[in-house]
Write a protein that binds this ligand. Structure first.
Ligand code: SF4
Ligand code: SF4
Length: 262
């Protein structure tokens, strides 16, 4: 598991286990999980985990973490033990103690990776800035491109929304209740008697971005984005959350300075 995904699981733990209502299915899977983290020494073009403090190295929450060390024909893994289970497993494979040169090599690789991120996101004051952008023209601009396909929500490791579906057989003797993944980009997602609360793509994209980067902080105490970049990679029309946040910040700054938004 990469560091960004591990951070995302930390966020999901807060959502599913940290409140008054514990998700029992999630709890079972989580309790039984053995986590091997793999630190990234090479970032992708859409990564910005360094901006979100969620990578490229896993900070915790793993049983074992690996950093790949390659030099010429040498190919080794520097392993960090994070739990008793991890130590037990490591005892079963051949290994030797790392020395200072291995630690320095790994640290340099991770530092270099941090500096080669494909994207950057300036998060300073971003949540406050987004609050002032509810009526920005930028939302129209995105809505003109967004297909509301929901790919971004399905690939996002912190998106957790689901819906409930009930079915009955024709005789009325048997009923099933399913929980299914859902997406805030679906028109029906915000349906309350009489209509959808967010009927336009503009309002759905705004809800998604502002929740991830803004109101998530108030709700769960962290950002809802770990900078994995998957929503950028999988958006069929190339919408880029980091770029959109920057566009909103520029427009917000401009209007705060008394200039006209455009
Ligand atoms: S919003 Fe995008 S970049 Fe952020 S965690 Fe979700 S998929 Fe990754
Ligand atoms: S993946 Fe792109 S087009 Fe699809 S809903 Fe997300 S932002 Fe819109």
């Amino acid at each position: 598991m990469r560091a960004c995904d591990l951070s995302a699981i930390g966020i999901l733990d807060t959502v599913f286990l940290g409140g008054p209502f514990v998700d029992s299915g999630y709890k079972v899977r989580r309790t039984n999980a053995f986590v091997v983290a793999v630190n990234c020494t090479q970032s992708g073009g859409t990564c910005f985990c360094a901006s979100m403090n969620s990578g490229p190295a896993a900070a915790g929450g793993f049983d074992l973490s690996l950093t790949e060390l390659i030099e010429g024909s040498r190919h080794e893994f520097l392993v960090t033990i994070g739990s008793d289970n991890g130590a037990d497993l490591l005892r079963q494979v051949s290994s030797r103690m790392a020395d200072d040169s291995h630690l320095t090599e790994a640290s340099n690789l991770l530092k270099a990776c941090s500096q080669r991120m494909g994207r950057e996101l300036d998060t300073r004051g971003l949540a406050e800035c987004l609050k002032k952008c509810y009526e920005s023209n930028q939302w129209e601009n995105v809505a003109g491109r967004c297909l509301a396909c929901g790919n971004c929500t399905l690939t996002c490791p912190t998106c957790f929304c689901s819906t409930i579906e009930d079915t009955t057989d024709l005789g009325g003797d048997h009923a099933d209740r399913f929980r299914k993944w859902d997406s805030c980009f679906n028109g029906d997602f915000s349906y309350i008697h009489g209509g959808a609360v967010r009927p336009t793509i503009r309002s759905r994209y705004r809800q998604w971005l502002v929740h991830k980067l803004g109101t998530w902080h108030e709700q769960f105490g962290t950002s809802g984005c770990v900078g994995c970049g998957r929503c950028i990679t999988w958006c069929p029309v190339g919408i880029d959350i980091a770029q959109e946040a920057m566009n909103l910040r520029i427009r917000g700054d401009r209007s705060a300075a008394g200039g006209k938004e455009n």
